[in-house]
Design a protein. Structure first.
Length: 187
């Protein structure tokens, strides 16, 4: 069993998302001790090291962790994340000026983290969707298969959603960008 206790102002959303990707992990308890939530997980013994390493990449530094296997070095695992590539999110298809980036890192073998930053609020625009599609293509065709985790580099927003004006005025936005991205993420 792995027990996690997060610091104040933290949530388990990224941990729960990670666990949904991986099968056979049971969330046994989710409690709140004052301002500190805690979570107990039942992880298959054969996959303990893999889950622990993946979880470490998602947890904030204020997380207290107990019952980790001795083979996992907690101090180095939190910091060890290999940078794989960075893609620009262009202002427009004809522009060469970046409005943001998609950064891919790999905290452990077979775990890929795509961090997108497109200020001010990561809106779903054509360049944003196309950059994410390109990042997924690069991962699929250039790296060993694994788990992809998406996260925002903007603290306030994961994404503030669809820009209706852009979506309605851009020919082919829905089939070529938005639905194409949804299809890639869901399959």
């Amino acid at each position: 069993m792995i027990k996690l206790r997060l610091g104040c102002n933290c949530s388990f959303e990224s941990v729960i998302d990670f666990l949904r990707i991986r099968k056979k992990v049971v969330v046994l308890k989710e409690k709140t001790h004052g301002m500190q939530p805690s979570l107990s997980l039942n992880v298959p013994r054969s996959r303990h090291d893999d889950y622990c390493t993946g979880l470490l990449s998602l947890l904030p530094p204020s997380t207290s962790i107990s019952n980790f296997p001795p083979s996992i070095n907690l101090s180095s695992s939190k910091m060890a994340s290999q940078m794989l590539f960075t893609l620009p999110i262009l202002n427009s298809p004809s522009s060469d000026k970046a409005a943001g980036t998609v950064v891919c890192t790999s905290p452990s073998s077979g775990v890929y983290v795509l961090t997108f930053t497109s200020p001010p609020d990561n809106r779903l625009l054509t360049p944003f969707c196309q950059s994410l599609l390109l990042a997924l293509d690069i991962l699929e065709f250039s790296y060993p298969h694994g788990v992809v985790i998406t996260t925002s580099g903007i603290q306030k927003f994961f994404s503030n959603g669809l820009d209706l004006e852009h979506a309605s005025s851009t020919k082919g936005f829905f089939p070529n960008s938005l639905f194409a991205l949804f299809r890639r993420l869901l399959t």
